[in-house]
Design a protein around this ligand. Structure first.
Ligand code: SF4
Length: 346
């Protein structure tokens, strides 16, 4: 009878050590294998050259390594790279490398499709098929780090969880992936260089505060008026702004960390003075930064970037209220790699 082999990367280091003891081998063999799996990103047991041939065969007989594969890689004229990543069950997610003069940032996915239904976002049309495992998130980062070194001669400096999916709807796996990314036995990156971007799940923001996470929080807000926000992000009816705001107050009281808001200004939707003033009222309780992001239209043209006068109006109102504001130009538009465009199109 055929048996399904277990993915070895689902085991902790302690579990690997116990496995080898049960095999009448030394516990430290587990450390060796763990190092191969994570800091050396071995794709096969064959690669584990400091293990005997018998040990490698025994691992082969018992386990698989469900590595991701970069199916296609597209390069934008601005240096942005988009990977279509095939998972062990054939599903595909996308991740993006965004190089600038000062940093190279990986934008990674946390779910196949998305649990939420933001109307301006291409990913929402895929619906959620499943959560990514910690190793599938970690592998996206490793693949992008390699590309950064190869094409831009520098290692990855930052990570944003802004690809496909709502990271706080896959919280445990995102946390485990970040543990590996920041661990000296993984990539050893500082958690301060990692941003988890959420559409705003109040309960999970509170949990992050209770868990004393060290990475940064960004909220895709897009409107501070419930009626407007619900019309573009329907889940806002379930998690209204009042609940989101209370969760953010809790986050700030616990962490004292500045909150970043991602915000797109669309023509005829949130481009009025009252929209900008509502934003100020929403975020002025704590040190905040607002990123005004250029919108990348998806196929139906329902959402259009507001004209520059509306952006200027937002900038002046925010600055007048001592809220840091940046206007972010989009990258990788020619390969559908920009924010909100990830939809497994090739
Ligand atoms: S914007 Fe983010 S949370 Fe909203 S549907 Fe798209 S991927 Fe999901």
């Amino acid at each position: 009878m055929a048996t399904t082999k277990k993915d070895i990367r689902a085991l902790s280091k302690e579990q690997l050590r116990e496995f080898f003891v049960k095999q009448d081998d030394k516990a430290f063999r587990g450390n060796q294998v763990y190092e191969w799996l994570w800091s050396k990103s071995a794709h096969t047991f064959e690669d584990m050259t400091n293990l005997s041939i018998e040990t490698r065969q025994m691992l082969e007989d018992n386990f698989v390594i469900n590595h991701i594969h970069v199916d296609t890689m597209q390069k934008s004229s601005d240096g942005t790279i988009k990977n279509a990543v095939r998972l062990h069950d054939g599903l595909i997610v996308e991740s993006v490398l965004i190089p600038t003069k000062t940093r190279t940032t990986a934008c990674v996915s946390s779910q196949v499709g998305c649990s939420l239904d933001c109307r301006f976002c291409a990913t929402s049309r895929l619906k959620r098929m499943r959560n990514l495992n910690p190793d599938e998130i970690y592998d996206q980062v490793v693949a992008i780090d390699k590309e950064s070194r190869l094409y831009h001669n520098k290692p990855l400096s930052n990570i944003v969880f802004m690809g496909m999916g709502e990271p706080l709807m896959n919280y445990n796996n995102v946390l485990k992936a970040i543990d590996k990314i920041t661990s000296p036995e993984g990539l050893g990156m500082s958690p301060r260089r990692i941003v988890v971007s959420t559409s705003g799940v109040p309960k999970m923001i509170r949990k992050m505060a209770d868990d004393e996470v060290k990475f940064k929080l960004a909220v895709s807000l897009h409107s501070a008026i419930d009626e407007v926000r619900t019309s573009i992000m329907p889940f806002n009816a379930t998690f209204p702004l009042k609940d989101l705001r209370e969760a953010l107050v809790y986050w700030f009281e616990k962490t004292k960390n500045r909150i970043t808001y991602e915000y797109v200004v669309w023509k005829g939707i949130n481009d009025k003075r009252e929209d900008a003033e509502a934003l100020v009222q929403f975020c002025k309780f704590a040190p905040s930064k607002v990123n005004l992001i250029e919108y990348n239209p998806i196929d139906d043209g329902e959402f259009q970037q507001a004209d520059s006068a509306a952006t200027d109006m937002y900038v002046s109102i925010l600055e007048r209220n001592n809220i840091t504001v940046t206007v972010r130009r989009s990258r990788g538009k020619d390969i559908d790699a920009a924010c909100g465009q990830l939809a497994n199109k090739q």
